[in-house]
Write a protein that binds this ligand. Structure first.
Ligand SMILES: CC(C)(COP(=O)(O)OP(=O)(O)OC[C@H]1O[C@@H](n2cnc3c(N)ncnc32)[C@H](O)[C@@H]1OP(=O)(O)O)[C@@H](O)C(=O)NCCC(=O)NCCS
Length: 345
């Protein structure tokens, strides 16, 4: 075999001999806005009841951002907490990835706005859109930069102001969602496995189950689009529910298979917090015990890309996770998209 011709460029990675390195979560943080909307409040807004919402979803209340509080504000506050926990300064951050379906505006990216707000002037910044599956997608994308030694410190954020796209006249959806942000600092920790694997999947043939039609290139804002309430999210609840249970359990089993792990080895399962009945159904199919499953949706509702990130922060900072514990994160969202990640803490 003839040797490769001398390249006419420098390959920066070649000096590392293409050896990968592991990626750990060095710190987490979360922020939810102070205003709380309870089920009792919703009873005054649409034809619903606390009993219906609690029994069908498990949600009791959700936090809503103020009018002058945007996704980038929530994201920056969560980021600063994650940075403090990791002992990382803004100057040290190489890359910011924000997973969101409610960016402050179509462009520039919310990640760029966060970069300015936290003063991470060295950092590259971009958004990633995988709906409620966004945080695991972002973790998986971001960890490539650590593994390849391209970057040392990456800030991953899931952040949403879903209240800005919820139709407050539609009882089928408005009871389900909330605002908030969760963040993680990714770094190599020598002699730690960190993020062991992340499964990602999608099924675009079911994109009509959960979507927002207005505001994009297909249906730019117009008097008609506003009149037809096309700038609000729409969901086919029953079918989405079935797909969520199926996709989440399949992704979780694949992640466990890759790591040759039995579910009994997982200290804590942190699923997407959309509906308690979805979480229970997935846990049952995985053969998990109730004490292995982390639930906080009664306080926050479904915060989409922020959901698992906020839950991870609470699990870690309430002492439910210790160094060396194995965690299983599972997500599902519009697209459809889904994912599962196994992390050694
Ligand atoms: C939305 C969801 C809670 C609805 O629960 P469900 O058991 O499927 O309820 P249904 O859709 O069958 O609705 C049952 C009835 O309750 C009514 N209903 C819907 N929302 C209601 C509300 N907030 N209050 C009272 N009644 C309500 C419906 O109109 C329907 O009435 P009908 O039988 O007279 O038509 C459930 O389907 C779900 O959680 N889906 C997945 C959502 C999700 O995870 N989305 C995000 C993925 S990231």
């Amino acid at each position: 075999m003839s040797p490769l011709p001398s390249p006419k460029f420098k390959n920066p990675r070649a000096k590392y001999n293409f050896r990968g390195r592991t990626c750990s979560i060095a710190g987490v943080g979360a922020y939810v806005p102070s205003r709380i909307l309870t089920n009792a409040d919703l009873e005054k807004m649409v034809n619903t009841s606390d009993e219906w919402i609690t029994s069908r979803t498990g949600i009791k209340e959700r936090h809503l951002a103020a009018e002058d509080e945007f996704t980038s504000d929530l994201a920056a506050k969560a980021a600063l907490k994650a940075m403090a926990q990791a002992g990382v300064t803004a100057e040290e951050i190489d890359l910011i990835v924000v997973a969101t379906i409610t960016p402050d505006m179509p462009f520039p990216s919310t990640a760029a706005l966060v970069q300015r707000k936290i003063g991470a002037r060295r950092a590259a910044a971009f958004d990633l859109e995988a709906a409620c599956a966004g945080f695991i997608y972002a973790l998986e994308v971001a960890q490539q930069f650590i593994m390849s030694r391209t970057y040392d410190t990456v800030l991953v954020i899931g952040a949403e102001k879903l209240s800005s796209i919820v139709d407050w006249q539609d009882r089928n959806t408005c009871v389900l969602f909330g605002d908030g942000a969760g963040a993680a600092i990714l770094r190599n920790r020598p002699n730690a496995h960190g993020l062991l694997t992340a499964v990602m999947g999608a099924d675009g043939t079911k994109s009509d189950l959960l979507f927002m039609a207005g505001g994009g290139s297909r249906c730019p804002a117009s008097e008609e689009s506003v009149a037809n309430r096309m700038h609000f999210l729409r969901m086919e609840g029953k079918e989405t529910f079935k797909c969520a249970v199926q996709a989440m359990q399949t992704a979780a089993k694949e992640a466990l298979r890759r790591c040759e792990l039995d579910i009994s080895r997982i200290k804590l399962i942190i699923p997407h917090q959309a509906n308690l009945r979805i979480i229970d159904a997935v846990a049952e199919r995985l053969g998990a015990k109730p004490e292995q499953v982390f639930v906080n949706l009664h306080k926050f509702g479904n915060t989409s890309a922020a959901s698992v990130a906020i839950a991870l922060d609470e699990a870690v900072n309430s002492g439910r996770v210790q160094a060396g514990d194995l965690l299983l994160l599972i997500v599902f969202g519009a697209g459809l998209t889904w994912g599962a990640a196994v992390i050694e803490w």
